[in-house]
Design a protein around this ligand. Structure first.
Ligand code: 26W
Length: 818
């Protein structure tokens, strides 16, 4: 580690406030201080960043390019300070300048270049790659507007643009010298070269200049700094008067517009394919730029391109960057004159694909017309990949046309991106054991049967550095006092806490820390929602994107049921409970937005009903994002992971809760299965249909929720309250759509397709077990400590070790500072 000189650091802050803002430290605003501190921290990072890349060059290391449309990074300043192990010294320096580090950290906009699970996973992976010392680039898009800011107005979600770059980003570095051109549209002219070989030339295209911005990814205490490279688009030609003369004025304007729009905004869809042309432009834009750059970099060090797969691996984060396959083929064939077979052999040794969802509405299928118009050369290559693949299918399964129908890449006027990714990759992985099994046996079974060797499972993970060390300093310190600080880079060792689970004093200490974290969250809720919540009540939390399959609706229907019971019998035994929600709905997802309104409406009624004596509170936290998530996990007693079994590929929030000592209330879905396996079923609350049962019902065409509605009085009451104005007297029809979705089938959609009524009673019973368990504080504390102690498997360090050893075949580097 490099030594940080406190006096020099203070001087640096003073210099930056002067140079950047012409102010002294005492005159500067908080935002200006944030900038000055961040620039000073960046100066500390720079030498490590350069040393890392020198080491990579010297050793000619193999590098993974993690291609992702989303990186949900969260704030950088606090994380960088922690990973540089500079927390104490920088705190001291700031104290002496009269600056509070927490206040300064809070000035940073929360970079939200991602929707949810997939984007946050990418961010955890980058943290682990650097901490483990693996050579890596994250490659993505520098969206001008990230995930929208959510405002709740009158209970409804309102989307506000997230202008995260308005004050600049102190950590980024523009690298104009690495800019490359990306071409769209036009047509392909086929000519012959001197040797009579066909040459493919794209003509009459429009193009933009892709300009990279690099962000440092600081490893924990090891001097390794990798790079997240996000691309911005600029117009290729400055307007010069010549354009008028040349008659391409029109084209110049169009190119300017193209450059302006490509990186404008992150699509806020999560698990839902919308087929927008601009989205395909975004995909090709960042993929083409990233692959071109990777090839250029390789060729700077090597004479010949034929062995590039020995030094480079492209990991596709879902199908979004799948045009990688064809872009790489194009470069190898058109720019480096390789034959098809040579190019294919290299490509299929370089690309690997991760699947993150089985939701069929998430599958990317681009219309041929759009795909071929926007990417004419890429389309030719995809068509040829498809033609050759179909020949392979026919050879293996003669006369079995069903196989072709199911597996073709180009079919029914569409390009199926998942099929392209699978066929061209040497590795196809799911993100939890159950998820991978469902891929192999259901969703992708034809592919699995044909190429079983490609399939593998990599259970997701999270970084303990952000989600315990940074987010929950009280618990982090407690853990360190008990077992030392090895867990920070070796979470398996957290199992040493197990011996303290039965220790009464440790239980008390643990509960006291949890209480303080609940007080912190209660203050946040008071400030943002104006709602008084009791930190002694059970904090029961569901935070994640809003999606029907995640079943926030099951949670709130159960709250409605509890409220009905309390109203009927105010003296019933009831342990005070605070139900906390946080969720953004995709802007166009009507039903999801109605569920947000329902949660807020129920909250309005319940929170203001004196007759239930504050036993029940419902809080919807506005604008759930990485920065407030860190505080929310720390304060949770109960972690709601209640997706319809089979639908949640893994989940990662479940792991963050566990690490912070919350008990899981969940279905046997995604990584919950493995969480329960680690911690023991007695330390979790499991309920509901299994994935096999759900899949069986689905194959039989569903079930009839009316059978439940007709015989179950309590459920009927709750469902009826959706449409009798109980929670929306001003508009009793407000929740009609939700009501209908539970009881009626509609077109292709089954009634209650996510089995909410089917699982209701089982969920209710699990909730009763939660209440009983919480009453026994010692038993609860024991379970909570065991959850922390059993979370070792779920570090992204473990996940990345598996990717690095089993897929990428990377070697670790050591970086010494001179
Ligand atoms: C094309 C629209 C679209 C956008 C985003 C389709 C699919 C997505 C993502 C793949 C959705 C996503 O974030 N999936 C989540 O990935 C996490 C990381 O692996 C898992 O933990 C979650 O279970 C999964 O829902």
């Amino acid at each position: 580690m490099q030594n940080i000189n406190k006096e020099e650091f203070k001087k640096s802050i003073e210099d930056y406030t002067k140079v950047l803002f012409r102010k002294s430290v005492s005159e500067a605003s908080k935002q200006q201080l944030f900038q000055a501190v961040s620039y000073s921290v960046k100066d500390l990072i720079i030498d490590q960043w350069m040393a890392t890349h020198r080491e990579y060059e010297d050793k000619d290391v193999k590098t993974v390019y993690y291609l992702s449309m989303e990186f949900l990074m969260g704030r950088a300043l606090g994380n960088n300070i922690i990973n540089m192990k500079a927390n104490n010294i920088i705190k001291e320096a700031l104290d002496e300048l009269g600056i509070d580090l927490n206040v300064i950290e809070d000035q940073e906009p929360d970079p939200a270049l991602g929707n949810g699970g997939l984007g946050r996973l990418a961010a955890c992976f980058l943290d682990s790659l650097s901490t483990l010392g693996y050579p890596a680039y994250g490659c993505g898009i520098r969206y001008k507007y990230g995930m929208f800011e959510q405002k709740i107005e009158n209970g409804f979600q309102v989307e506000v643009p997230d202008n995260w770059l308005k004050d600049g980003n102190p950590f980024e570095m523009k690298r104009s010298d690495y800019a490359v051109e990306v071409k769209f549209g036009g047509y392909v002219r086929i000519t012959k070269d001197n040797n009579g070989r066909e040459k493919f030339v794209q003509e009459n295209y429009q193009s933009v200049l892709a300009v990279p911005y690099d962000l440092p990814i600081v490893g924990y205490g090891n001097n390794v700094v990798n790079t997240l490279r996000i691309w911005d688009a600029e117009a290729i030609d400055n307007f010069n008067l010549d354009s008028f003369d040349k008659g391409d004025y029109q084209k110049a304007v169009e190119q300017q517009n193209l450059a302006r729009t490509i990186c404008e905004v992150l699509y806020p869809n999560d698990n839902h394919y919308a087929g927008k042309e601009l989205r395909l432009k975004q995909q090709y834009f960042f993929v083409s730029a990233s692959i071109q750059r990777a090839v250029i970099k390789y060729m700077e060090k090597h004479e010949d391109i034929h062995n590039i797969h020995e030094k480079v691996c492209f990991q596709l984060n879902d199908t979004h960057p799948t045009v990688t396959v064809a872009e790489f083929m194009r470069i190898l064939m058109d720019d480096y004159d390789l034959s098809w077979d040579e190019a294919w052999s290299i490509t299929t040794k370089t690309c690997a694909y991760t699947n993150h969802t089985i939701m069929s509405e998430a599958l990317e299928k681009w219309p041929l017309e759009l795909f071929s118009r926007l990417l004419p050369r890429i389309y030719q290559i995809v068509e040829e990949i498809n033609r050759r693949f179909i020949i392979e299918i026919q050879a293996k399964y003669p006369n079995d046309y069903k196989k072709i129908e199911k597996m073709a890449i180009v079919y029914d006027g569409q390009v199926k991106m998942a099929h392209l990714a699978i066929v061209a990759s040497f590795s196809v992985n799911g993100v939890a054991r159950l998820h991978t099994e469902i891929l192999k046996n259901q969703q992708l079974k034809e592919f699995y049967q044909m190429m079983p060797e490609k399939f593998n499972s990599k259970t997701n993970g999270i970084t303990q550095r952000r989600f315990l060390l940074h987010g929950n300093p009280l618990l982090a310190d407690w853990v360190t006092t008990k077992i030392g600080d090895d867990w920070i880079t070796n979470l398996q060792h957290i199992s040493e806490l197990k011996v303290y689970a039965d220790d009464l004093r440790c239980q008390k200490e643990f509960m006291q820390i949890k209480y303080q974290n609940k007080v912190r969250l209660a203050a946040y809720i008071k400030e943002h929602n104006g709602i008084e919540v009791d930190p002694r009540s059970i904090f029961d939390i569901q935070v994640k994107r809003l999606h029907e399959y995640k079943r926030q609706l099951l949670n709130i229907l159960h709250v409605m049921h509890l409220y009905n019971q309390l109203k009927k019998n105010p003296e019933m035994e009831f342990y005070p409970r605070t139900f906390i929600f946080g969720a953004k709905a995709s802007a166009g997802y009507r039903r999801a937005k109605a569920i947000i309104k329902l949660i807020n409406s129920v909250g309005d009624v319940v929170n203001n009903d004196k007759s239930i004596q504050n036993k029940l509170k419902v809080v919807f936290i506005e604008n759930y994002r990485v920065s407030n998530a860190e505080m929310i996990f720390a304060a949770a007693d109960v972690s709601e992971q209640i997706s319809t079994a089979s639908k949640e590929a893994s989940g990662t929030g479940n792991m963050k809760f566990m690490l912070n000592g919350a008990l899981t209330l969940g279905t046997m879905d995604g990584a919950n299965v493995e969480i329960v396996e680690e911690v023991g079923e007695e330390n979790a609350f499991i309920f509901g249909l299994t994935s096999d049962e759900v899949i069986k019902y689905e194959q039989e065409g569903g079930y009839n929720p009316k059978d439940i509605y007709n015989i179950d009085q309590d459920i009927r009451t709750v469902i009826t309250q959706l449409v009798n104005g109980y929670y929306s007297p001003e508009n009793p029809e407000l929740f009609r759509e939700i009501y209908n979705s539970l009881l009626d089938s509609n077109g292709g959609e089954r009634a209650d397709q996510y089995f909410i009524l089917k699982d209701f009673r089982s969920y209710e019973a699990a909730q009763k077990r939660v209440e009983e368990a919480y009453k026994d504080q010692a038993r609860w504390a024991k379970s909570a400590i065991l959850n922390v102690a059993s979370s070792g498997k779920f570090t992204s360090d473990r996940t990345i070790e598996e990717y690095a050893k089993e897929i990428w075949h990377l070697d670790k580097v050591k970086v010494e500072l001179e």
